[in-house]
Design a protein around this ligand. Structure first.
Ligand SMILES: [Zn+2]
Length: 245
């Protein structure tokens, strides 16, 4: 899958407050606001050498309210949503070994930081009614998770939604992304089983060996009798041979 790298180096999460993690899982979020464009949240840094290229790919946020600012206290590793051309894509904002500011904390700790640091991404919500958009971001999110799991050798069981992370005691009390999945009759278990499908190598079909069943028509003590039967079979259209014991 193609991931557009647009590092949020102007975020405090990436800068002074940066904390290293060795990720142990994935948290899936959705933004909780009706805006399906990644440009709402992600913009290149002022000194990004690919700035103009990234702006044309992601689109320009005219309002200056994106997350690549020191004033924001939110940061995730990836965004899934609409690019400038209207297609669904994935944009990376943080290296995976830097703690995200995505989960907050729960009674047992935080999935942002060591020793429970998770790779986290946001899916841009729309009005939660558009099946076509939902299917596209769901697919991209499944592929992103499969890609991460493959690289780290993880099973899909390490993937949780923000809501599940809260239930486990490692995140603030949010309902994403389960509330969105539910609108289309799905759960996080469905999501994980879709990831499993990509992680399980397809069984290659082994070609069946062709078997031949030979028919023996007789055994003769005299060669000429065998020759006579052979000639009769050949004249009847059978490819007969004589085998001597
Ligand atoms: Zn969340």
């Amino acid at each position: 899958m193609k991931i557009i790298e647009c590092m949020h180096t102007q975020s405090r999460c990436y800068g002074k407050k940066r904390q290293a993690i060795k990720p142990v899982g994935i948290v899936v979020h959705s933004t909780g606001a009706n805006n399906s464009s990644i440009k709402r949240y992600s913009q290149p840094s002022d000194n990004d050498p690919r700035r103009s290229e990234l702006l044309s790919l992601i689109g320009v946020n005219k309002y200056g309210n994106h997350w690549n600012r020191s004033a924001t206290s939110k940061a995730v590793h990836y965004f899934v949503g609409k690019l400038a051309d209207g297609t669904v894509g994935v944009v990376q904002n943080l290296p995976e070994d830097i703690a995200a500011w995505g989960s907050g904390k729960g009674k047992n700790g935080s999935y942002n930081y060591e020793p429970t640091g998770h790779i986290q991404f946001e899916i841009c919500e729309d009005n939660l009614k558009n099946k076509e958009y939902f299917d596209a971001v769901y697919r991209a999110a499944v592929e992103l998770c499969a890609d991460i799991c493959r690289r780290y050798g993880w099973k899909s069981s390490v993937i949780v939604s923000h809501r599940e992370a809260h239930a486990k005691g490692y995140a603030s009390n949010h309902s994403d992304i389960d509330h969105w999945l539910l609108k289309f009759g799905l759960t996080m278990n469905d999501f994980r089983s879709e990831v499993d499908k990509l992680l399980t190598p397809k069984k290659e079909e082994t070609p069946k060996e062709e078997k031949l069943y030979r028919v023996q028509v007789g055994a003769y003590s005299k060669r000429e009798n065998a020759e006579e039967m052979k000639a009769k079979l050949i004249s009847d259209g059978y490819p007969a041979i004589i085998k001597e014991d």
